[in-house]
Design a binder for this molecule. Structure first.
Ligand code: AHG
Ligand code: MN
Ligand code: MN
Length: 358
């Protein structure tokens, strides 16, 4: 069994990173960032498992810190605790500037260091209170020697990332990462607090019948997204000729890990709600790192029309529509956005008339 074998050979995250650096010394700073993230993630996993018993909680109910972050979300105590844990760990790594979901402005860490990091310290924080998986997502970019200000380091396309990763704090704590090679998975051993290798090369199944979307926003979606979901829901009698299954955890990390494990597609499109024109997810520390990991596992990631990794950011907290997962399904969804034939004759009026006539 894979886990038994890796445990017996002592094949941990540290060995993995050491082997990468032995092959390519230029990876040393990126490896140092991965180690820093692993350290903070192990502590985060411990705090999450403690829940109301831990120091970040207050008498069983998790207090809301009460302030809104740059994206307008109310910060929870665990948002702030994880932000502090990851900031402290990354301050000991070769990171010049840090962008965090929980900080309005970029934070200077180590002047002259070769890398910058963007991080969502706690993804899915609406799920903390209900004991559902949450996570951490991060992106590593090269620091730009001629950057005009701290934010300017981050105005690079996702394809410039030197590495990326996400951690899921679920029944197990899993760390998915890539330094530009295959996307690998590690599992936290709670006995040793070390990450053991789970899978060296994650491969996202090229096709799937499973999709993830917050369907309560149906009426706000654009016609292309509606048409795809309508066709998926029509099952084997519809245009896609197969029955579908739907999952939505509301923690992207958990939906992403499922997709890495058994395929599928995730959509958080832009919609008509105020402030949701570019969806909900943030380009630098949610969309771009997931896209990097997905592509290095054979999947695809798009905003509906453009490849995510080609998008050049213009602001550190900017949002971006996201569709990622099994390559063939992502291509199908891009088709709905680009082929006018697929959304013709689907106006609500047409549907209503069709219903009345039936
Ligand atoms: P965060 O907790 O960092 O703000 O991110 C939550 C994100 C993502 O994880 C999830 O898929 C999505 O928001 C859920 O959005 P809805 O509540 O709109 O479904
Ligand atoms: Mn998030
Ligand atoms: Mn968050």
């Amino acid at each position: 069994m894979r886990m038994g074998r890796t445990a017996m050979t002592g094949n941990g995250l540290d060995d993995y990173l050491r082997a990468l650096v032995a092959k390519d010394a230029a990876l040393a700073p990126v490896a140092a960032v991965m180690r820093a993230v692993a350290k903070a993630a192990a502590e985060t996993a411990k705090q999450i498992a403690l829940g109301p018993l831990g120091s970040s909680h207050d008498g069983g109910a998790i207090p809301e810190a009460g302030h809104a972050n740059a994206g307008g979300d109310v910060q929870k105590a665990l948002d702030l605790l994880t932000d502090r844990l990851f900031t402290e760990a990354l301050a000991d790594a070769p990171v010049a500037v840090l962008v965090s979901e929980e900080l309005d402005e970029p934070k200077r860490l180590n002047a002259g260091a070769p890398l910058v990091v963007a991080i969502d310290p706690l993804d899915g924080s609406s799920n903390i209170d209900v004991n559902v998986s949450v996570g951490t997502i991060f992106s590593i970019l090269p620091a730009l020697p001629d950057a005009a200000d701290d934010a300017a380091h981050f105005m690079q396309p996702g394809s410039a990332q030197r590495g990326a990763g996400f951690v899921v704090y679920g029944p197990q704590t899993i760390f998915i990462l890539s330094v530009g090679g295959p996307t690998a998975a590690f599992i936290l051993d709670p006995r040793s607090h070390a990450f053991a290798l789970l899978k060296e090369e994650m491969a996202i199944a090229p096709d799937s019948h499973e999709y993830a979307i917050n369907a309560s926003n149906y009426r706000h979606w654009d016609p292309a997204v509606r048409a795809f979901i309508d066709d998926a829901m029509e099952g084997e009698d519809g245009r896609l000729s197969r029955n579908h299954n739907m999952r939505w955890v509301a923690s992207m990390v958990a939906d992403a890990y499922r997709i890495f494990t058994r395929g599928g597609v995730f959509l958080y499109p832009g919609d008509q709600r105020k402030g949701y024109g570019a969806g909900r997810l943030r380009l630098l520390y949610e969309v771009s790192p997931i896209a990097f990991l997905v592509e290095h596992a054979g999947g695809k990631a798009t905003d509906g029309a453009k490849r995510i990794l080609d998008i050049v950011p213009t602001a550190v907290h900017q949002r971006c529509p996201l569709v990622f997962g099994s390559a063939q399904v992502v291509e199908t969804i891009v088709g709905y956005h680009t082929d006018p034939k697929l959304i013709a004759n689907r106006s609500p009026l047409f549907k209503a008339r069709g219903l009345m006539m039936g």
